[in-house]
Design a protein around this ligand. Structure first.
Ligand SMILES: C[S@@+](CC[C@H](N)C(=O)[O-])C[C@H]1O[C@@H](n2cnc3c(N)ncnc32)[C@H](O)[C@@H]1O
Length: 222
């Protein structure tokens, strides 16, 4: 698609805020992501099937709109979130005021390449639409491996390379993976890939053309 100078500026700005939302524009992007990604959260939770009392870490939770949904999936879940956007941490605290105030939900501002948690802390770690921004992925995956319990699972949900490269903002700073590329990277970091689930989303429309959007949920086990 041929883009004008102003379209390119806008897509660059959107890409910057998808990576790390800030200010009022970042807040708006967070709300848009809720609508665009609700389907992925539902699909990922169906795959994850948390068990009662699991301890779960979400990396890159955006405005945290889906924590209540996660709590509803099992009893006594201990949920922790980390996001390096100050704005998103602020919004997530507002959106989850009750569970945050009671300490049921722990929220941290920080980056996944320096996780402020002891070794072997979590049964489940997951992230949705975050991997594209890890450049390189290695220090993030080393940390995830460290804080996962033995036998714990890391669920990473990403849009397929073919799907995301159709999205105009993804030309700016997104690292795109094929299914084999991301599988190899996980395996290389001792996250043994047990399954790659295909998630078919509603077709997207761009300039009157519709194209399929496919995501994958990779399940890597420590
Ligand atoms: C595209 S948004 C996805 C938000 C949400 N998971 C969703 O799918 O709707 C990416 C989120 O990950 C966060 N993020 C990106 N890189 C991160 C990192 N290295 N550590 C922690 N959070 C990160 C951003 O601040 C942002 O909130």
């Amino acid at each position: 698609m041929k883009q004008s100078f102003f379209q390119r500026l806008l897509f660059k700005k959107v890409a910057r805020h998808l990576r790390k939302p800030s200010g009022w524009f970042g807040k708006k992007v967070g709300i848009k992501m809720n609508a665009a990604n609700a389907f992925l959260y539902d699909a990922a939770l169906d795959i994850m099937k948390p068990a009662d009392h699991d301890s779960i870490l979400e990396i890159g939770f955006g405005n945290g709109k889906f924590f209540e949904k996660i709590f509803s999936k099992a009893n006594g879940l201990r949920l922790t979130g980390i996001d390096f956007s100050e704005k998103m941490v602020e919004e997530a605290k507002k959106n989850n005021a009750a569970s945050w105030a009671t300490g049921l939900l722990q929220l941290y501002k920080g980056s996944s390449d320096q996780l402020p948690f002891p070794d072997n802390s979590f049964d489940i770690i997951f992230c949705i639409n975050v991997v594209y921004f890890w450049d390189p992925a290695a220090p993030h995956l080393k940390e995830i491996y460290r804080v996962l319990k033995p036998g714990g699972k890391f669920y990473s949900v990403i849009r397929s390379k073919e799907s995301i490269q159709q999205m105009p903002f993804a030309n700016y700073g997104f690292i795109k993976y094929t299914r084999d590329e991301w599988t190899d990277i996980l395996q290389h970091h001792q996250l043994n890939v047990k399954e790659v689930n295909i998630i078919n989303e509603t077709a997207a429309t761009l300039k009157g053309d519709s194209y399929p959007v496919t995501s994958w949920c990779f399940v890597g086990e420590k």
